[in-house]
Structures are given as structure tokens and as C-alpha cells.
Design a protein around this ligand. Sequence first.
Ligand code: IVH
Length: 708
Amino acid sequence: MAHLRRLFLTTELLERQNLGFWLARVGLVMTEFDSDQDRVTQLRDQIAAHNEAYHGRDEPTVPDAVYDRLLRELAEIEARHPDLVTPESPTQSVGSAPNEIFSPVEHKIPMMSLDNAMDMEELQSWYERALKGIHDADSCQFVCELKFDGLAVSIRYENGELVQAATRGNGRVGEDVTHNVLTIEDIPHQIKNAPEVLEVRGEVYLPISRFEALNEEQLAKGEPVFANPRNTAAGSLRQKDPTVTASRKLAFWSYQIGEVLGGPQMASSEETFELLQSLGLPVNPEVTEFSEFSDVQKFCEFWKSKRHEPDYEIDGVVVKLADLAQRETLGSTSRAPRWAIAFKFPPEEKITRLVNINVSIGRTGRATPFAVLEPVFVGGSTVGMATLHNEDQVATKDVRPGDMVVVRKAGDVIPEVVGPIVADRSVNSKPWAFPKVCPSCGLALERLEGDANTYCVNRSCPARVETGISHFASRNAMDIEGLGERTVRGLVAQGMADDVGDLFALTKPQLIELLVSDSSNETLVNNLMSAIDAARERPLANVLIGLGIEHLGPSAAELIARRFGNLDAIAEAETGDIEAIDGIGPVIAQSVTDFFADDHNKSVVEKFRLYGVRLDITDGEADVPQLLVGRSIVVTGSLDGWFLSRDEAKRSIIARGGKSPGSVSKSTYALVVGNDAGQSKMDRASELGIPIVGEKELRHLLEKGQLP
Ligand code: IVH
């Protein structure tokens, strides 16, 4: 069954590294993946917008047949590239945004995270710290548990009846998934002799054998396969329809008790597990207690070497103090208990063949080498490509096409080529040489002295133009729906667009020629024409973002747009005037003036003017009440499914006169946390007593200028 788990995740990972656009036009494999990734993103955006209109506002924007076609296309691409499947994909959970399906559940006792020990030394220091913090260190017992790679849930029983189940969410507030948890066979609906209230915590997971069987079923049905057991478990638990969750056959390990009312007072981990077991909750058979720390270390080493033995994925060992009174003494930080530590298994390394080294060209012309690998399953996904960053990196590692190489990946981390296995190298192999010419336009590549990067300096290079247009059309910039990678490539190849300015001169006959093979399909063209039309009215900050000025992010774009009010004023501004804006540094300011000093860029702006793109801020935008002046609001985590994305949230704060820096300090007014938010920011906020808030409070802040 191994082939089912053979995925091609790297495009997504590279995307996260902000390298997504450079992947275009670089050999068959890359081209195909990149366009699919882009198309998937675009389809998901479109489907989400239609869902919002249909479920959220009860105003469908497209006929059902169109909606179905989008969904089918997405499912087809996902079937070809399982790596592109995410739990949030509409193919995994059809319907409105998840936060509309699942109501929030506040955890009375926060669901904490765990601190990690990345090696034995770190585990040893945790042990020494822990011993210092307790009085009766001699009698210290440890309980070792496997660290299951699933999702933490909290299950609440009242008078023996399962009444509520919730995900961990951000630790304070999770999602109500009661109906779905009720379908998990391992979890009893009723428990006998139970206390009045008992909150059981543990991990929902998908057994590996079940994951593989599921994918076989998916293949047989011609439906997309799932990426990995963890994502599948997460997606399955967040289904709108519990019968779908039931069909996935999730499982559960209990490992902790949260709130208890009217129940026995437990003194140790052993008693806790005994209680859980007696109530019929599944307890993992590998849980073991030790009194000698050297035995704890042996247990960790043992499972490190046997990590693939169980029928469920594990990514470490959790070591906890066994005595609950000692736990109490040690207490917790805002994020994690001091009485427990997760010994994480080291990043997995695998050996595979490096098939080739290709170079991709990004929007700025930067030429980035990357390894094309024989796909290898490592660290939870299959890796088929890995960035090699720049010429010097390739030289330092001395990796060559044909080499067997070590590939490493830890959890979510970007895959990396560690180095070649020199002993296996053929005698004829030669060091790889950076290409002299651009793989896209064929003109000479340039590397300036003192710069690690190599560039294609041809402004008309098709790869550069394409990535520039794709960026311009992306959601956070001009948001031109329907302008997918394939269309962009066609536009450039046919000479219909030499730069982003030309998009606004496209005519219907041109688009028909490009897009319509079957004359009944003019809707596509009409939709694209309207999307381009709508983009003429985007706010000035979006135009600035779309232009792709180096170093200029959404927050800075918003500040500059508000300060100058129109594009001409920005183009004419001196570096000093831009730098004078609070929140804009010299690098951004210089980059903006350099950009507008360039003749080619000037001509793009001229095209905008000529073709009716609005280049100023409207009264409506300018008149946004300045409710947040003097307030600094940090936004962290993913706001997927919220009313605003993170970038939009930051821009909305700035538009109201507030600030939205990247880190928490004494002067922060509030920390807005989305899903999977960075713990360090939450820790800092708690230390400084700064309110940590969610979506509801963000809405209130934007409307009223202060926290509720
Ligand atoms: S104890 C406050 N035990 O790891 C204690 N967690 O990195 C936190 N996890 O959110 C939970 N196996 O999802 C505990 N045996 C185990 C675990 C475990 C997996 C997960 C859990 C938690 C995350 C923290």
C-alpha cells in the first residue's frame, strides 16, 4: 500500500516559504505541479466565496451546475495530487466556513501544549529542573506515554452521559464536535459509576491500517486520496455530516482528566489511568511507569527506533511526573506544564536519488536551484522536490545530478537535501554548474559580486512576467478570480500580456481565442472579463501590493496608500517622505522610490491610467473612522474561516489608524489569535498581562475601537 502514501507535498511547502511563484515554467514536472497548486488555491477561494454567499448570506452567486463543476475540478486535481489535499479543502468538508458549522466551546481548564526536548540532553535538563522544583525528589516516579500524532479533544460526561466534545482550538476555545465524536466507536456514550462531571482528554487519531484502507476505497471510487493520517483525522472530525465521520472509523486514546465534580480525588497517573480504563475509555497499552530516569531514557530510545511499529503515528514520547501533587507543585507556564515534556523524535532522514537540479525563475528574476528527487516518503509526506537556495549552497553541499542524497524533514518543516552519499557516486560524476542562461527566456543569467543570488535580468522573460501576473491577480493583491496559471501562461505565450498593465486591455475576442475550445463555454470568458473589470476598482493598497515592490508587505502598503492618497503622489515621493511614515523603514522606502524611478514600471502605471484602473483612495476608504489611533494590535495564527484573513485583519487595523506589528510588547493593546497561533506570542502576552482575544473581539475592535 506504500504507493498510496506517495505524495508530492513539496510544492505546498515551497509555497509556504514564499517560493511558490518561482516554480513556474521550469521543466515538465514543476510546471504541472505549480499550475495545479495555483488552480487548487483559486478553486478553493472561489468555492469558499460561493459557500459564503450560499450558506452565510443565503444569496447564491452561481447556478448549482457551476458550483458542482468547480468542486469536481478540485476533486480531480486532488485525486492526481493527494499532497494538495488539506483538511480544510471543500472536498473534505463541504459547506460554509467551519466556524459557522461548529460553535465555540470554552475550555474551563485551558488545554495546554507541551514543551519539547529535541534530544537526550534537553530531556536531561528538564529532569534536573523538575527535580529542583519538588521537595520529595527521591520518591519521584515518571510515567512515559507515546506522543500520538492526532488531535487533542476534550470529552465531557455529565452524570455518566457524553454531553459535549470539543477540539483544542487555540487552547482556550475549541470547536464543538460532539456529533462527530459520538460516531467514534472507542468512545463510550455512557459511563457507569461516573462522577457528576468528568472531562476526559485525549487524542483522536486514524489508525494507519484504516488510513490505507480508506485510500483504497477512495481510489476505487475515483475520489481524491488523503494526504496522511493526521490530516485525515482532523478533516474527518470537522465534517458537517456525522455519517461521513463515522465512515472514517477514527479511534481514541485517553490520557488525561480535565474538570471533575463529585468524583474520586486521584493522587497519581496510575489512578487516573485505572479510572479511565474502568469507565471503558481506551488507554494506550504502552503507558509505563519508571522510578529511574535512566529507564525513562531507555524507553525514549526504544520508541525512537520502533516509531513505525504501532498502527498509529507517533512523533515522540511524553514524559510526565506520575504524582499529581508533585505536578501541582511544579505548575505550568502560560503555555505548557512544567511537569511534563515531549521527547521529540529527531527529523527523519531518508536516502533517495537526486534526479536533476533545475532552476526556477521568480517574479524578481531570481534564479533558484532546486533538487528534483525520486519521490521518497519522509517525515509524514512524500517529497519530490527540495529547494537548494542558491549557487553557493549547491557548491557547499556538492550535490550532483544522479547522486544518492540524504533528505530530511521534520513534521511541517521544509524538506532539505542534507548532502550526497559520496561513496555511492559514479566515477564520471562532475560538480553541477549553475546554468549560464535562463531556462525560460534563454538570455544570460547574472550574479553580482557580493550577492548570493543569480538573476535573469530580462524584464520580458516569460517566467518573470507570468509569476508577476499571477502575483498581481492573487487574492491579497488584485483578486482577479479565474486568472489561473494556465490562462496566464497562455496570455504571455500569445503575446497578449507583456506586463500586468496589459490585463486591463484584454478584449473578449482575445479571451475567447485563448480559452474557448467549445463555443458553449463563453461563461468562463464573461466571468474573467467581469473579474478584471472589478479589479479596476480595488483599493490603492491592493494596487501597490499587486505591483510586487520588493519588501513591501500589506501593512506597509496600507500605510503608504493612506499617507499619500494616490499613486502619482507615491511615485513622485522622495525616499525621506516615505520613510517619515511611522512604521516604514528605510529599506521599504528606498525600494518604493527605486521601483517608481524605473521606466518600465512607469509604463505599467501609465497603462493602468489609460485602461481605467483607479489609482487613488476613495472618500469611503479615506473616511474610515480612526477608531484605533494609538492602539497596537498584534495578529497571530491562521485566520482561515474568519471574516478576514490575517493580512486583511492587519490592514483593517491600520486603516483605522492603529498599528499591527509582528511582535508583542508592553505597548500592545491586544493579541488576536487564530488557529495554531504561535505560542511564544501568547506566552509574552500572558507575561505582560495583555488580553488574548479571538474573532468576536476583533470584530468589536474594528467596529468600536476597543475591546468589549
Ligand atoms: S498530555 C498539558 N499526552 O501533544 C498536557 N499530550 O504538544 C498536554 N499529545 O495537544 C497533553 N500524545 O494533542 C499528552 N500522551 C500524550 C499525548 C499528547 C499526544 C498531543 C496533544 C497535545 C500535544 C502537545
